[in-house]
Design a protein around this ligand. Structure first.
Ligand SMILES: Cc1cc2nc3c(=O)[nH]c(=O)nc-3n(C[C@H](O)[C@H](O)[C@H](O)COP(=O)(O)OP(=O)(O)OC[C@H]3O[C@@H](n4cnc5c(N)ncnc54)[C@H](O)[C@@H]3O)c2cc1C
Length: 363
């Protein structure tokens, strides 16, 4: 019997395990595979709040901004606890309009963000090229967001796992089949012949969450690849692709968003799509040296918002999934919310908008 049983040891589940163990609770976390081996290692680690209204609807922008601003403190604390560096950079982001048609979306992004008091400024193509000389010299326009950045999501997830273990969380390999209820309470979690009993259960099984409980989470495949060499200082976004630097002289290029079920393969078509978008940003990359490709399954939801909170029918079941394209960015704020729910504190943001009971999730 534990205080909290967490299903899924991706960045979301591991972050919850860290925060809940720190709060003095006994925590067990079940994963069928090695911690951090699914979407959390396939991500590119972009920590940007670019607020494009079409790709990041409210209330996501509020949540994304809050979590991004929380990141520096989380990294400091984590590095202190595990005694290792987690590669994290806040060098800003350029959001590009490659052609004249992209400019309307840039202007909309600028006006929405300025209305919300977000730091974002126009940069002329010349100014953007001074910041990043490897950009396509033909770009039509740019915005500069000074406080965005990136993190090495693989190193980060492994550091969070170690911090959780140091705080007392127990990681166990087990494939969960179901969550079992009894008279309006979650009573146990079944994995094969084993029943795990716990006061609280947190469902954080990423794209597979809907196989374990009735949540409308669907896999959305993302394909990405890397090339050798350092071409950019900061994250570069266009409407069709994005490029993320790393400290180890690698450059990451992403990403597709595809509905192909639980299929995490790379395809020539997917990588071709990424190349097309990335080469618009920087034709220099066309002759760079390819160093590896991968794909992962993001946990998507019908309204593209994460599902965070207790269910009305089962108050001791907390859902923490559906983070779609922003699970790395949102893991710290999600874990903080889950800890507060379990220990009975008021969450730091309005959870109703992300509730498992919200209308758009009913089916
Ligand atoms: C190509 C790509 C690029 C991305 N880029 C970014 C980015 O730049 N920034 C960003 O913020 N986000 C990004 N994301 C999204 C991000 O990766 C996800 O939102 C995030 O990793 C989700 O974390 P998670 O812990 O919910 O899921 P996962 O990391 O997938 O973890 C779920 C865990 O549950 C386990 N599990 C599943 N079923 C069971 C079961 N039955 N029993 C036991 N364990 C089970 C799995 O083994 C897995 O370890 C990207 C994703 C992709 C694919």
């Amino acid at each position: 019997m534990t205080d909290v049983l967490i299903i899924g040891a991706g960045i979301v589940g591991a972050s919850c395990a860290w925060r809940l163990s720190q709060a003095g609770l006994s925590v067990k976390i079940l994963d069928r595979a090695a911690p951090g081996s699914e979407a959390s290692q396939a991500a590119l680690g972009v920590l940007t709040f670019h607020g494009r209204p079409d790709t990041m609807p409210e209330p996501m922008r509020m949540l994304a901004r809050k979590s991004r601003d929380y990141y520096p403190a989380v990294i400091d604390e984590l590095e202190e606890v595990v005694g290792e560096r987690v590669y994290f950079r806040q060098e800003g982001q350029l959001i590009l309009g490659i052609n004249e048609d992209d400019l309307a979306s840039l202007e909309e992004t600028l006006s929405v963000n300025l209305d919300e008091g977000v730091e974002l400024e126009r940069a002329t193509p010349e100014e953007a090229l001074i910041l990043e000389p490897n950009l396509n010299p033909e770009i039509a326009g740019a915005l500069y967001s000074p406080n965005d950045g990136w993190v090495d999501n693989t190193a980060l997830t492994q550091a969070i796992v170690r911090a959780a273990q140091q705080a007392g969380a127990v990681f166990e390999q087990a494939e969960v089949d179901s969550i079992e209820d009894n008279n309006g309470q979650i009573a146990s979690v079944r994995a094969g012949e084993t029943l795990y009993e716990s006061d609280w259960v947190v469902l954080a099984a990423g794209a597979w969450s809907g196989q374990i409980w009735n949540v409308p989470v669907k896999p959305r495949r993302g394909q990405a690849y890397s090339v050798e060499g350092s071409y950019f200082e900061r994250v570069i976004h266009s409407p069709r692709a994005y490029i993320v630097p790393r400290d180890n002289a690698q450059t990451m290029l992403g990403a597709t968003v595809e509905d192909v079920g639980f299929n995490a393969s790379n395809t020539p078509d997917g990588l071709g799509f990424v190349s097309k978008g990335a080469f618009e940003i920087s034709p220099t990359l066309e002759t760079s040296k390819f160093s590896g490709a991968w794909a992962g399954l993001r946990p998507g939801t019908p309204d593209d918002l994460p599902i965070i909170g207790s269910t009305t029918d089962f108050p001791n079941l907390v859902i923490a999934t559906g983070h779609f394209r922003n699970g790395i960015l949102l893991a710290p704020i999600t874990a903080d919310a889950v800890r507060r729910i379990v220990v009975g504190e008021v969450p730091s943001f309005d959870l109703a908008k992300f509730s498992p009971d919200r209308m758009s999730l009913r089916r």
